[in-house]
Design a protein around this ligand. Structure first.
Ligand code: NAD
Length: 533
């Protein structure tokens, strides 16, 4: 069985109706785990309609009731952590321990964050007024659920990405309809059954397995916001479709994250970080280290350290606890990596280790690859690779390192390695990215309080943390006048005298010099008498 994974071609179930199917396939073995019908357009519309009609009741519950459900879900996930992590490994290929840490643990902790913070987040927020004219009013921000949130998610973090977004949407009172990646339907369905068991009503969280067309149908449905995580090309198509109907959208897209190794960095620490950052999840992480720039004084030793460490990595089936790197998700993704590496080689990059597929392990395995002397013109530096490749280039000055790092259409995350933390922080502030880590890579995704998202082509908006909850609500500004029996000064009654008094009132607040302000204040006092109220 070939493990080339694309949606299975439409299969006619009867003469009239052709049901599209997607296949969940173990990328390590090629075994078909299950074939699943894609949700048809009508099913998508029905699911969203059901969600819409149930959502108000869900939102009307006290937030404490929704928090209790999240706590129950957390307990279930903790109890089932091993089975869930193994299912992720079977369906997405990553080593079991990565599934446990970067998916299950991330979701458990994100749930902890939401449980601890949802109540205060949803509490009305007073907005004190600074303007003198508005002192008699009390304002506050009210956060209301948007209604039905549509979520379209990728395969590379098939639990943690949709789960963190879903839980933030649910606890803030929304219903959710999730279209998972066609490659990882099973883990999404498992997530659905865990939430059901925890007490989330059927209509409030629904998973619609399917392909891109199913996603497009969700986009056209009566959802109130779309949360999309995926590639830049799909994200652009989605943004255009959303723009046509002014549908709010959160876009979490691709990255080409740079890592800077300054001249004072700890070579051993930085090379270990680069190797893990480039090869974790076989390089298929949006936050992967995709470009590594190293100060020339460390460059030869850094190359040697990375090469030695990469050669020690064991590639194989992620269910084997003795392996470090699993398969890529499908052969198409592997071919992209292969062609970028070939392009780099043709343009003068040196392959220090790897640089080839590993067909003896299966069609989806690629050797961890270290490339030296990469240049800005190469595809491997310009395009997202999303595979186990660590391209490295030297730099001479901090300014040059910053320029190289920022020379990209992407801006998801970046990292700086140095023994001098203030220096690292100063450079971090100059890097064009949604997140910059000093002396670590990628782990920001596991900090539930930290917002996650990019700038430039890497996306719009933020998931995770308070900002992630903020994406799920509509802001309503509510203002209450404390003097309900009084007509307001600025209502009709215009005339010469009124204009003079208003000028005085403006002077009272903003004129330069205390004398003019006091004069303005005195003149404005008579305003009520001067105006026909
Ligand atoms: P993809 O864009 O191919 O697919 C993502 C989702 O969109 C899938 O569910 C797919 O079925 C759906 N889709 C495809 N065409 C569609 C259409 N026309 N309308 C609606 N939905 C459609 O991405 P992928 O290969 O699944 O994921 C890998 C990409 O995701 C990488 O670029 C990676 O960097 C990015 N990613 C970003 C983040 C982040 O947080 N910024 C996280 C993970 C992955």
């Amino acid at each position: 069985m070939s493990s080339t994974r694309t949606s299975i071609a439409p299969m006619a179930t009867d003469l009239q109706v052709a049901v599209r199917k997607v296949a969940s396939i173990n990328p390590a073995t090629g075994d078909v785990l299950r074939e699943i019908d894609c949700a048809a357009d009508a099913q998508v519309q029905q699911a969203v309609a059901r969600a819409r009609s149930a959502q108000r009741q869900w939102a009307a519950r006290d937030v404490g009731a929704r928090i209790e459900i999240l706590k129950q879900f957390q307990r279930t996930l903790q109890d089932m952590k091993t089975e869930v992590a193994r299912l992720i490994t079977r369906e997405a290929g990553k080593p079991y321990v990565e599934a446990l840490l970067t998916e299950v643990l991330v979701v458990l902790d994100a749930t902890r964050f939401l449980v601890e913070n949802a109540r205060s987040f949803l509490r009305d927020q007073p907005i004190p007024h600074g303007s003198l004219a508005m002192k008699t009013k009390a304002g506050r921000l009210v956060r209301e659920p948007r209604g039905v949130i549509g979520i379209i998610s990728p395969w590379n973090y098939p639990l943690s990405i949709p789960a963190v977004e879903t839980l933030a949407a649910l606890v803030t009172g929304n219903a959710v309809v999730l279209k998972p990646s066609e490659f990882t339907s099973l883990i999404a369905l498992e997530f659905e059954s865990m939430l059901r068991a925890a007490g989330v009503p059927e209509a409030i969280f629904q998973v619609l397995p399917g392909d891109g067309a199913t996603g497009a149908a969700l986009l056209e449905s009566e959802i109130n916001k779309l949360v999309f995580t995926g590639s830049v090309p799909t994200g652009k198509r989605i943004a255009q479709a959303c723009a046509k109907r002014l549908l709010p959208v959160l876009l979490e897209l691709g990255g080409k994250d740079p890592m800077l190794v300054l001249d004072d960095a700890d070579l051993n620490v930085a090379s270990s970080a680069a190797v893990w950052g480039a090869f974790v999840n076989a390089g298929q992480a949006c936050l992967s280290v995709e470009r590594c720039y190293v100060h020339r004084s460390l460059y030869p030793r850094f190359l040697e350290a990375c090469t030695t460490k990469a050669r020690k990595l064991r590639v194989g089936n992620g269910l084997d606890s003795e392996i470090d790197i699993g398969p890529m998700i499908h052969e198409r993704q592997l071919r992209i990596v292969e062609s970028q590496v070939e392009d780099a080689k043709a343009m003068g990059a040196r392959v220090l280790t790897g640089g080839t597929p590993l067909p003896e392990l299966g069609p989806n395995f690629y050797a961890p690859t270290v490339l030296a002397d990469v240049t800005p013109q190469m595809q491997i530096i310009q395009q997202e690779t999303f595979g186990p490749v660590l391209p490295i280039a030297p730099f001479d000055t901090d300014a040059q390192a910053i320029q190289l790092a920022n020379d990209s259409e992407f801006g998801l995350a970046a990292s700086v390695f140095t023994r001098n933390t203030p220096r690292g922080e100063a450079i971090a502030r100059k890097l064009a990215a949604g997140t910059v880590m000093v002396n670590d890579v990628i782990s920001c995704f596991g900090i539930s309080e930290a917002p996650h998202g990019g700038i430039k082509a890497s996306g719009i908006g933020r998931a995770h943390g308070r900002q992630g909850m903020e994406e799920m609500v509509r802001l309503k500004y509510l203002d209450v006048d404390r003097m309900p029996r009084t007509k307001k000064l600025w209502w009709y009654g215009y005339g010469e005298s009124f204009a003079r008094h208003m000028e005085a009132f403006v002077d009272f607040q903003f004129a330069r010099g205390m004398g003019r302000r006091i004069k303005g204040g005195l003149q404005s006092v008579g305003v009520v008498g001067g105006k026909k109220l």
